[in-house]
Design a protein around this ligand. Structure first.
Ligand code: ZN
Length: 409
């Protein structure tokens, strides 16, 4: 049985006031920020099944009751009685903090260690909210700007040479001596451990140099973002750290995959994001929240190099998939034109999110069909087998949906 989902919106301060309201068709923009729409079974904000005629039930409870039926035999055998992925719509009006996510071993140890130290699970000083790693993929719905991974060291030196900021020279010395990941690690550590007043002075000098160079350099966009970040987080050394990272632009339909240890920040835009079902974040600047520097340094991958947007691979005439190495998730997009009837096979649990138009989902097992309007999501149990997608009224409109499932080979 396919069910509509009732999903929670997270009101983080950086969120857009309009994007999620527009997508979900709510009449007026929200009075507060709407940052992330969570579709899944993460304990912090589980989605609820909207089953007609009965009370809403939390998705994790439904899965726990019958893992083999809800997840399918393959997924419940490999992952246990829990949904392995979390799907989100992310809507950034302002930049998110610089952050990285742990690998599996780090997450398990970190979670156990913070439990042992008696840090409450919901404490602001807690980094590990669960014991899972958090590989993630963001696919742009509108143009997205992001910082992602350390730029090639020699290119970063060129950026600072063009900037010609004398005050930066002492901290840049290790990178000049060792223009590779080791130099980047030493430079980054010195920024993260710099006393507050000294850091603020350095940021002021850097931003003044950026303001002088904007418009006259190949790094004009990087310098412009440094100014904007400083306006939002005055004196935060994350403004300087951001200049060490690749600044990338995604057009709609392009994506980025972020593996463990990748330092990144979404700066602006709206996207569909999928990740292993986890909320484990190590922050690294551009935030007023807790920053655990030793743990961040343990988790970060200082490998340097360029990042290219990930383009989708066509599966057939209707569906295209963004391939990643993550086992927990697989994200694809399905386009439907008038008259199309597309049949898919659910071997594992799926969440379908309609981002344009309206789609009728008809399970092959004879259970009730579900109409998925723009901005709505539905849960397809792993034992559903075949189901059919047809664009709904009004006739003539095309429909777009995102299909989230487990990366079964
Ligand atoms: Zn992230």
């Amino acid at each position: 049985m396919v069910d509509l989902l009732d999903c929670t919106v997270m009101p983080y301060a950086w969120g857009s006031h309009t994007a999620i309201a527009e997508l979900t068709g709510h009449a007026s923009p929200s009075s507060g920020p709407e940052a992330e729409l969570w579709m899944g079974a993460h304990p912090m904000a589980p989605s609820r099944l909207v089953r007609s005629g009965s009370a809403q039930r939390a998705l994790p409870d439904v899965i726990a009751e019958s893992p083999a039926r809800e997840l399918g035999p393959e997924v419940s055998a490999s992952f246990g009685p829990r949904l392995p992925f979390l799907l989100k719509v992310l809507a950034a009006a302002q930049p998110l903090s610089l952050q990285a996510h742990p690998n599996e071993a780090q997450a398990k140890l970190g979670f156990e260690d913070e439990d042992r130290r008696g840090i409450p699970r919901d404490a602001a000083t807690r980094s590990y909210k669960d014991s899972s790693h958090k590989p993630e993929l963001l696919c742009a719905l509108v143009p997205v700007d992001a910082l992602c991974g350390f730029r090639r060291a020699c290119d970063t030196l060129r950026l600072f040479d063009e900037l010609a900021c004398r005050e930066l020279e002492p901290v840049l010395a290790p990178l000049r001596a060792s223009p590779d990941r080791d130099g980047i690690a030493i430079l980054f550590r010195s920024l993260m451990t710099m006393p507050g007043a000294e850091g603020s002075r350095l940021v002021r000098a850097t931003v003044a140099a950026c303001a002088a160079r904007v418009g006259s350099s190949g790094f004009a966009r990087e310098y412009e973002w440094a100014r904007r970040l400083d306006a939002l987080y005055p004196g935060d050394v994350g403004v300087v750290s951001a200049l060490l990272l690749n600044l990338i632009h995604l057009d709609p339909g392009e994506a980025i995959y972020l593996g463990a240890g990748n330092l990144h920040a979404y700066l602006s835009g709206v996207g569909v994001e999928i990740m292993a079902s986890s909320d484990n974040v190590l922050r690294g600047g551009l935030t007023k929240k807790h920053v655990d520097v030793p743990e961040l340094m343990r988790v970060l991958d200082f490998a340097d190099g360029p990042v290219a947007p990930l383009r989708a691979r066509a599966v057939d005439a209707h569906e295209r998939v963004w391939d990643t190495p993550a086992r927990e998730f697989r994200l694809s997009a399905i386009e439907l034109a008038r008259g199309d009837a597309v049949t898919r096979d659910a071997r594992g649990p799926e969440i379908l999110l309609c981002t344009r138009g309206s789609v009728v989902v008809t399970p092959g097992d004879g259970s009730a069909e579900v109409v998925l309007d723009q901005g709505r999501a539905a849960f397809v149990p792993g034992s559903t087998g075949r189901y059919t997608l047809v664009p709904a009224d009004p006739p003539g409109t095309n429909a777009s949906l995102y299909r989230a499932t487990v990366n079964l080979t």
